[in-house]
Design a protein around this ligand. Sequence first.
Ligand SMILES: NC(=O)c1ccc[n+]([C@@H]2O[C@H](COP(=O)([O-])OP(=O)(O)OC[C@H]3O[C@@H](n4cnc5c(N)ncnc54)[C@H](O)[C@@H]3O)[C@@H](O)[C@H]2O)c1
Length: 297
Amino acid sequence: MAVVTIVGAGVIGLSWARLFDEAGWEVRVTDPRPDLRELVRRELPGRPVTATADLAAAASGADFVQEAGPERIEVKEEMFAALAAHTRDDVVLASSSSSLLPSVIARGNPAAGRIVIGHPFNPPELMPLVEVVPGPRTAAGTVERALEVYRGLGKLPIRLDKEIPGFVGNRLQKVFNDQAVYLVQQGVIGVRELDDLVRASLGLRWAVTGPFESGSLGGGPAGMRHLVEHVGSQMTFETGTPDPARLGEVLDAVEEAYGTGEAAYERLADRRDERTRSVLGPLGWQGPAPRDGKTRG
Ligand SMILES: NC(=O)c1ccc[n+]([C@@H]2O[C@H](COP(=O)([O-])OP(=O)(O)OC[C@H]3O[C@@H](n4cnc5c(N)ncnc54)[C@H](O)[C@@H]3O)[C@@H](O)[C@H]2O)c1
């Protein structure tokens, strides 16, 4: 049985652990948190997952490593230095990082050729995408192996042609979210109303077509060229940028709309997962088969 070492038992690491276990891998989880064993027992009930705070021991003999530790470059550099030292030289070291460049994570690392980004979308168990981002020193074989592993988990891995901070998904998300904050700050719309507006329009549209395919359709038989020249030609307004000094007002409004704390999180995450699961199959994605009925950490 192939062995995967998951580094970090947070929201993302535990979800990776379930995915790899479902796909028939032997799973080891490593994290320095003192309650690791209890956490793994609680969140991955009945699954034969090994848990240890000893990263070197967890990595030794692994066939694939999926890192999901803190999003801080100094911690990533330290973790990848240890991973390079304690894995075979044919083992892919994939980072779940949401935005850090693989070339920076691999800086000074003797295993730079084995380091690649394998960035999932939250929750990894449900979202089909994994962005695979090579750095300039990442070996072609590393990318191929990462793509193969993620396909084996039922994911849709998409390889970027070159690295860029935030990759593609989070760059798009950043522009979109900045505009959402700006619109609320400008008093144009409330937090809940903006979410409803997106769910009822762009969210649904982008679940079935991407922005370019949708643009092509928006122009009718003449395609996106017509849309750009016709409707697009009038969209000459400035989009503006949010005021960072007034971000607190928006965060207050978000908390008022959705609450915070364990109970609110559980309720919202359950609703999100249920809705996501209900559309995965009809949209042609492979849905998960959670044995323990959970999809989250
Ligand atoms: N949360 C998201 O929406 C999301 C989505 C995609 C990717 N990511 C990326 O996944 C990674 C993990 O994010 P998260 O949200 O699960 O974070 P998290 O804070 O929930 O979990 C991080 C875990 O790493 C552990 N850790 C700390 N030092 C460690 C070490 N030296 N070795 C091993 N583990 C260590 C912590 O104890 C913690 O359990 C980050 O790189 C993040 O950018 C997050």
